[in-house]
Design a protein around this ligand. Sequence first.
Ligand code: FMN
Length: 208
Amino acid sequence: MIELNLDWRYATKEFDSAQKLNDQQVHQLVECIRLAPTSYGMQPIHVKVISQQSMKENLREVSFGQSQISDCSHLFVFCIQQNTSEVHVDEYMDRLAKTRKLATEALSGYGGMIKGFLSQQSSAVKDVWAARQAYLCLGFLLHTCALLKIDACPIEGFVPESYDHMLGLTAQGLSSVVVAAVGFRSAEDVTQHQAKVRKSTAEMFDFI
Ligand SMILES: Cc1cc2nc3c(=O)[nH]c(=O)nc-3n(C[C@H](O)[C@H](O)[C@H](O)COP(=O)(O)O)c2cc1C
């Protein structure tokens, strides 16, 4: 049976700032996000991967001082592409046609269906839809980290407007939604020894 390391992983509170991810590890984590499924395959998201120490320290100041932000090896900032619209669908159809060697015309039905869906949503609803895709990618990242015995902490405790400003996201039509600090736990982090608190299977599931 494959070891999933679900008890080993925890939301790391203290990272060992001396330990860094190597290039292969970064590549594997980037790939797990890139290959994650999204609604229609649209991938209405973008990810900033930050290892620059000065930037991590600046971001910590707008993350309620959480030490994970500056002490982790790499900070993954999940952003949504704001107000997904027809131009994004056209870009996707081009990518699809090139990758699968299809005529763009053959995809007009699929593209039209996605455009139809988007046209019925307000910009705010589309941004929530995009954020759901970002969280799904976050889930893929967290579990891939566990499989690779890399530590991570998902983080919502930050000021998105400040991240948007400091990372120049607004100018790129992006906005930050959730963050993951990734690296290696400190031996001093007492949280790693705490028992998991979860609903029981009976409380959480019905098998019908
Ligand atoms: C979306 C999300 C946001 C979170 N934000 C923070 C955060 O800002 N700071 C923090 O220390 N932990 C944060 N956590 C960690 C949770 O508190 C933690 O995952 C939960 O208590 C379960 O513990 P475990 O992950 O160690 O099993 C967040 C978790 C998720 C999924």
